[in-house]
Design a protein around this ligand. Sequence first.
Ligand code: MN3
Length: 199
Amino acid sequence: MTIQLPDLPYPSNALAPHISEQTINFHYGKHHAAYVTKTNAAVEGTDLENASLEDIIRACIGVDSNQGLFNNAAQVWNHSFYWACMSGQGGGQPGASLAAALERDFGSVEAFKDAFAAAAAGQFGSGWAWLVEERGKLKVTTTANADLPMAHNQTALLTIDVWEHAYYLDYQNARPTYIETFLDKLVNWDAVEENLQNA
Ligand code: MN3
């Protein structure tokens, strides 16, 4: 089995003007595609050649000699998940069951958004901010570089890519504006709720 670059869940201009078609063409078409190519090259001829993406990632967690493969395979997963967290009709408010879970663990939906935005803005250097489920509780976390919730026994519910390549063409250095726009205009709350139901 070869790891495939999944189709985007929407046309490459669907997130404009918030995320431009040019950003998608680089971020999906070049960066995400390169992680797929490098993952396939690294597993070719090894006993992970026919493994699923998740199995490749799990096999590499904590194995120093597989750090390069982990980085590429995890970035394939992270980007596929990130695209699915957004929609051209995104934003607005989460549905009732997700809102109830956010109120339970953060106090309010707004308090969750504030925590998520602060975490995403505060992640030093390249990485990701997440809403995760861990033992029945929702938490905001960040990871550096390619690291991801499954390496910490957490289930990912929502993510934002805060590597500069995610926002630099559209926002330059204004990471907080990108984060605010993501939360207000782009989050596909239905997808987040579905992730919670499957957690
Ligand atoms: Mn990226």
